[in-house]
Design a protein around this ligand. Structure first.
Ligand code: GLC
Length: 748
């Protein structure tokens, strides 16, 4: 039962008999939405009659938080600064029944009308729905959503998750992962937004903005430099400050500016010697003082490692328990080791987040998740996320009216599509929740979706055993192989090859059928030794609850693909900045021990000496060819770029024209890059903006992208963001390695 609701109705029962009777009559009459309005209105009346001026929603979140803070006892302040356990995490606490079944909760303060914060993981959908007998939509993976480069799609993504969180009784998300893809083998690459800070930060910010608008506390994570999973609790990420500010931290800075989340989750790892959740530079100097963050920092689960140091550094809330921010914090305050001013700042930030996100003014009303609406949104986002990587002899799109025979191959391609594991795992409908790090397939059938598109054709499923699959593929008009690469939190991939002998499967099918298409369901980049032997390749990422229909809509041309890669697909792991993943030394403490006791120290380091050269910036600077570049994606039509014009002086606008030179309507994502003066000592180019444009065959459109001067600047420890005077090069095109428009200009 949601404590918040208890709390609300408790307020009602204290009202005078006559008032509550007439209220009941009124509520019985009103419809649900006006019921909600009445409910909220009566809450506020009740609260104000109880002399709670902070319930006046016209006051700012800061004023309201300050008013409540003045009323709190020390115990009540500390109640706001830690969790109360998580189902499956150690021994359940006596008050566990107050939780909503999610990753954690902080206590309500009923006498002051402050509700519980009920938190849930929600990377690509609401987690643990099966455990709680509920339903969640699985959206395409976060990395997949980044491939759409579509801000409205990012907003729809967040809004859906926000609605489903509230329907299930939550009012805080733990989604919003934006760690840069510095290491493509990172097991959580699927859960993040790719390698470029401007794309990643802008997309995650729009997700957060629309998620938080549903009256859940928004979150951005894992702050910061948590760029691999191996030894994540003991690794010390070493990187110079300028490089960190211009790469991983820039993604957070943009995400915070665009999305304004009320929560930042600090990460397990250490950064330059101090654990992120007790790192004064990250939490206070950068986040709170430089970026003026007004929300609260919560630790990753088991990521708190001290009381006095963490409080002074700027950690506001320990999750999921109170090893350091419960009795120990009270003792530290009473012993004068932690000043009350720090406690007040921590508590104020949590309260402000509750007011700012609307938790107080919009108490949770559980409701039924919109299943059909969720499938439609998931399908639409997936359709704009699919990246067409190869399409020889226009083998795609398939003409459903003319094709006679189709062979469908690949593990589970007759029944389902893979999803990402770990704390992001969404439970498929009607299934028990899967054990940690197990492969979870969603009941969306590629075979069925393809058959529906070609009613007159013979559509056969040939399994995933290479020889049998090749036999089934022989003689068909077209063979479609669905290949997967599973990823999860808590692990990194050994390499970027397709697992389970799928390269052999694809090779043998391609040998049997000259019209072979590969649909990739991968969490990150993959190598493709069979690329020259197949006719078509489409990257579908983890495709979500209705992924099969989205993929079929693209394969049969109902949708013209427009996705562009949010990360580089390298030729080989040998080309990576760190060819050998740096893993913990023998005898390292191990995640389990750390997360239970919190007593830990970094046991090994990863030196990110490539600095700001993440992804395409690395391959450009190192002159390394890649398999498919950042920003790459084909269409069923073609586009021409012309008419580049740059703004004058401080007007950093870039104007150009895009023309659809093909036979089909399509949407083109036009990318704008900038090369800085040599004195800036930066990689050859960086993404500074983009614009997407829908064009009919033959149609042209002039576009203007206004570039934020910060994106043209370098970060200087003393002066902050600085524009280096000199010659800048602006480049425009449809991929980071296809930029037909180029012009120099001098900026001062
Ligand atoms: C996990 C993850 C974090 C998640 C939290 C709660 O270990 O690192 O992303 O939100 O714990 O499940």
């Amino acid at each position: 039962m949601m404590g918040g609701q208890n709390n609300d109705w408790m307020v009602a029962s204290r009202m005078s008999k006559s008032l509550s009777l007439s209220l009941v009559v009124a509520l019985a009459v009103a419809g649900s939405s006006s019921l909600r309005a009445q409910h909220r209105h009566h809450n506020q009346i009740a609260a104000q009659t109880k002399n709670q001026p902070w319930m006046n929603a016209s006051l700012s979140p800061d004023e309201r938080a300050d008013m409540v803070l003045k009323q709190l006892t020390l115990d009540e302040k500390i109640d706001l600064l830690h969790g109360n356990g998580m189902p499956g995490w150690g021994t359940p606490r006596p008050n566990a029944y107050l939780g909503n079944g999610g990753a954690g909760f902080t206590l309500s303060i009923p006498r002051l009308s402050i509700p519980f914060i009920q938190m849930s993981d929600a990377a690509y959908g609401v987690r643990m729905s099966a455990d709680n007998g509920r339903y969640s939509t699985a959206l395409p993976s976060n990395l997949g959503s980044a491939a759409s480069w579509d801000l409205q799609a990012a907003c729809d993504y967040g809004a859906l998750i926000g609605r489903e969180l509230r329907a299930q009784g939550y009012n805080m998300t733990l989604g919003g992962g934006v760690n840069l893809t510095r290491e493509p083998r990172n097991g959580r690459t699927f859960e993040y937004m790719g390698e470029d800070p401007v794309l990643a930060g802008t997309m995650v910010g729009n997700r957060i903005k629309c998620e938080q608008a549903q009256h859940v506390i928004g979150d951005i994570k894992h702050y910061a430099m948590n760029d691999q999973e191996s030894g994540r609790n003991e690794v010390d990420s070493i990187i110079n400050r300028r490089a960190m500010r211009e790469s991983d931290l820039l993604a957070f800075e943009i995400g915070l500016k665009v999305g304004d989340p009320s929560a930042v989750m600090c990460s397990y790892n250490a950064v330059n010697g101090d654990y992120a959740c007790e790192n004064k530079y990250l939490l206070s100097d950068v986040l709170k003082n430089d970026w003026k963050f007004k929300g609260f920092v919560l630790s990753d689960w088991g990521g708190t490692h001290s009381t006095v140091k963490a409080s002074a550094a700027g950690l506001d809330n320990e999750e999921p328990e109170d090893l350091f921010y419960g009795p120990k914090l009270k003792e530290a305050v009473q012993a004068g080791k932690v000043p009350m001013s720090e406690i007040d700042d921590h508590a104020r930030r949590v309260l402000r987040g509750e007011f700012a996100a609307g938790l107080v003014d919009f108490p949770i009303q559980k409701s039924v998740v919109d299943v059909e609406g969720g499938l439609k949104t998931a399908r639409s986002i997936e359709e704009s996320s699919i990246v067409l990587l190869k399409n020889e002899q226009n083998v795609l799109p398939i003409d459903g009216a003319k094709v006679h025979s189709i062979a469908v191959l690949g593990l589970n391609a007759d029944t389902g599509m893979i999803s990402g594991g770990g704390s992001a795992q969404v439970d498929p409908p009607g299934r028990p929740s899967a054990p940690w790090q197990s492969h979870v397939w969603f009941p969306t059938s590629p075979l069925k979706a393809i058959a529906a598109k070609a009613p007159g054709a013979t559509v056969r499923y040939g399994g995933s055993e290479p020889a049998a699959a090749a036999e089934a593929a022989k003689g068909a008009d077209v063979a479609i192989v669905f290949a997967y690469q599973w990823e999860s939190e808590g692990m990194d991939l050994p390499d970027l090859s397709l697992p389970d002998n799928q390269d052999a499967l694809i090779e043998q099918v391609a040998a049997a059928n000259p019209h072979t298409i590969v649909v990739l369901e991968t969490g990150t980049a993959v190598t493709m030794p069979w690329l020259d032997k197949v006719s078509g390749v489409a990257e579908a990422w983890y495709a979500g609850s209705d992924g099969a229909n989205a993929v079929a809509n693209v394969l049969f041309g109902k949708v013209n693909p427009s996705g562009k890669l949010p990360m580089t697909f390298p030729r080989s792991v040998a080309d990576l900045p760190h060819p050998h993943l740096v893993t913990p030394p023998p005898g390292a403490t191990g995640t389990e021990a750390v997360q239970k006791t919190g007593e830990a120290k970094p046991t090994f380091s990863v030196h990110y000496d490539e600095g700001v050269k993440v992804g395409y910036k690395w391959y450009d600077a190192e002159h390394k060819p890649v398999l498919f570049p950042f920003g790459y994606g084909l269409s069923y039509t073609s586009y021409r770029y012309s008419g580049l014009k740059l703004g004058e002086g401080s007007d950093h606008s870039v104007t150009f024209t895009v023309t659809n030179t093909g036979e089909r309507p399509g949407t083109e994502i036009a990318e704008v890059y900038a090369g800085l003066p040599a004195a800036a000592e930066e990689p050859p180019k960086r993404l500074v903006g983009w614009a997407s444009v829908a064009l009919k065959p033959g149609e042209s459109r002039e576009m203007t992208v206004t570039v934020d001067p910060k994106y043209l600047s370098i970060y200087n420890e003393q002066k902050g963001w600085t524009l280096v005077p000199g010659q800048y090069t602006f480049l425009v095109g449809g991929s980071s390695q296809d930029l037909p428009l180029k012009q120099e200009t001098t900026l001062n």
